[in-house]
Design a binder for this molecule. Sequence first.
Ligand SMILES: [Zn+2]
Length: 484
Amino acid sequence: MSDTPYELVIGIETHVELATESKMFCGCQAKWFGAPPNTLTCPVCLGLPGALPVPNRRAIELAITAGLALHCEIPAHTKFDRKNYMYPDLPKGYQISQYDLPLSKKGWLEIATTAGEKRVGITRAHLEEDTATSKHGEGYALVDFNRSGVPLLEIVSEPDMRSVEEAVAYVNALREVVVFSGVSEMRLEEGAGRFDVNVSIRFTEDSQTRWPPQSEIKNLNSTRAIEDAVPYEAARLWDDWQSGGEIRSRKGKITVGWSPDRRQTFLQRSKEEVEDYRYFPEPDLVAFEPSRELVERLRAGIPELPSARRARFVKEYALSEYDARILVADRALADYYEESVRAAGGEPKAVANWVTGELLRYLKEDGGSVAGSKIRPAQLGALVKLVKSGEVSGSAAKGVFAEMWKTGAEPTAVVKAKGLTQVSDEAAIAAAVDAVLAENPRAIADYKAGNQRALGVLVGQVMKRMDGKANPTVVNHLLAKRIN
Ligand SMILES: [Zn+2]
């Protein structure tokens, strides 16, 4: 299956900025992106001596919501810990994080690739505070504390992914869950979601399974970066092993960064042990116990997530996986579809065809959003009903749709104004059928000789004679009856 001499083993740590108004432990504004440097700070997020943290209740609720949406257990006891390390963008000299008692653990996330569906384990999701940002120049560095103290959820996956495609599918699925459940907008281009990707290679050498220490690629901020950096790093590990390099004697993992410009990784730190952080319980905050009532209230507030909605669309509306995927890719489109089905009084497949076909085609050609479409679900439902009842033919309905798209008119009004009402009257159709049969003895002979296509030619002639308004079911029925 793999075209490399090794198997990839990938685990991902995702940092997500939570959608709160204020920071994790102070009242400063949390939406930092684009603000002038050092304008969103206070003694707490600057780490000044004597300043005390106060936890953000909303951040804790969002973190629990994310855990629940990822099918995690929410333990009865949880606490904050100090993670000590020295870095210019960490003013206190430590980060308040969670060590041995995270807010949630042992969950899973379903991903879909060309190989099918698969569950990726979620080891844990814990709450912490973001660091400041720094800019480096010639001989100086500038630190901006606006991001310092922004609530951050770190979601750690099991090393369950075996290809770059799975890693990308994981990131997309995770983003979908986090955004749909309102935990974070996760705008990657604004640094509101960052991925640390652990890359290992596994292979057989001298009849033994080799699994050299892993590399952690820090701070990737797009699926594109993952697609580029992971194969690069895996190939680099393999080449290093083959040439008898440092990986053969390495103890512990190394941390690397990714340079999109040079398209290569560069060493940041080697041998990073967990003890280096000297974790200990945060003395300025008490341990806490999320009440079961709170957990259940948050669980009840989670909307139906995309994977569940897709599964329901397939089951409830008998749609294909393909249609369900297109419809659920956008929450507004999925809502529009369901409202249209209700308005049509059923006909889920016909409605799906209109939405994934005409509606998306017009949106693509003319731009705009589903919400801004002049054709409302009630009107699309009404159009589907007209086709179902035979008042307008399927082909004429496309013209009706085009007019509705432009003007927002009701379908019945368009049908009437354009004289598109389908003729189902047998006497009127019979006259056209008889005329066509009289003019096409050859096609009749062909049909009688077993050529089914000849019937199609005759149907076409009748439709043409009736300006496309004849009910095709009646036309087919009458033609077959007259010939036989
Ligand atoms: Zn502050």
